[in-house]
Design a protein around this ligand. Sequence first.
Ligand code: NAI
Length: 266
Amino acid sequence: MKLLEGKKGIITGALDEKSIAWKVALKAREHGASFTLSNAPVALRMGTIQELGRLCDAQIISADATSLDDIKNLYNKSIEILGGKLDFVLHSIGMSPNVRKGKVYTDLNYDFYLKTLDISAVSFHKMIQTAYQMDCINEWGSFTALSYIAAQRVFPDYGDMADAKALLESIARSFGYHFGKFKKVRVNTISQSPTITTAGSGVKGFDVFHEFAAKMSPLGNAPAEACADFCIFLFSDLSRFITMQNLYHDGGFSNVGVDPSVLVGN
Ligand code: NAI
């Protein structure tokens, strides 16, 4: 069954074949969607997105997600290439200069902090607001961004990304209201299990909490391919009354208090 037949969209954040967005693009193609791919100029130079473009028959548009001009250009070009208004947008973008440079939460560089928030959260607002003002999304369209449970619980090494994810989820709620009223467009975040990707592995101690989460989750960690399936569902008409939600896609991790089998000696 093809869930996205005739639908048009934009998929951001595919850097290499480990990226969650990479898997989403392959599945979206399988499900009959046509879309453009986008990433920051530096990622286009360093990553392997051109290969994904060939695999999905998708054109690639360079856009720094913090730049309103780049975002406008991304929408204009996508509409021209795809031949009409859009049905779905994936925001799969995250980066913290503090985390990257080993600056812990108690010793943040505030210029970096603002960059973290701009790249990882405010860019979602910028993408949604630009589309809202351009009125370039079809009714029942769907915006989806990727979040992490550090928005609700403390994961000390996740640093300022935790604050960015809290803001990201809040933007989905707040803008989901306005876009829902305006055009029945939906806005959600998916709170995904730790996943081995370039962004994920950049967090100190990632291997430990990846393994810990796998043990604590009754179903184990949700893999990137399953996250892609969930994104396809959210882009599709099957989920048309889901909006303003942060949806856990984590094998049950978020609702487990204690799992005796994880304790040493059990
Ligand atoms: P990834 O490193 O493959 O993707 C992150 C993407 O953000 C890259 O393609 C990068 O080029 C892009 N990016 C960074 N700065 C940008 C900018 N200024 N403009 C446009 N794009 C920019 O890693 P992954 O894991 O696929 O990350 C995708 C999303 O999933 C991120 O929001 C991440 O925080 C989130 N996530 C990841 C988890 C994990 O454990 N890997 C868990 C939960 C959420």
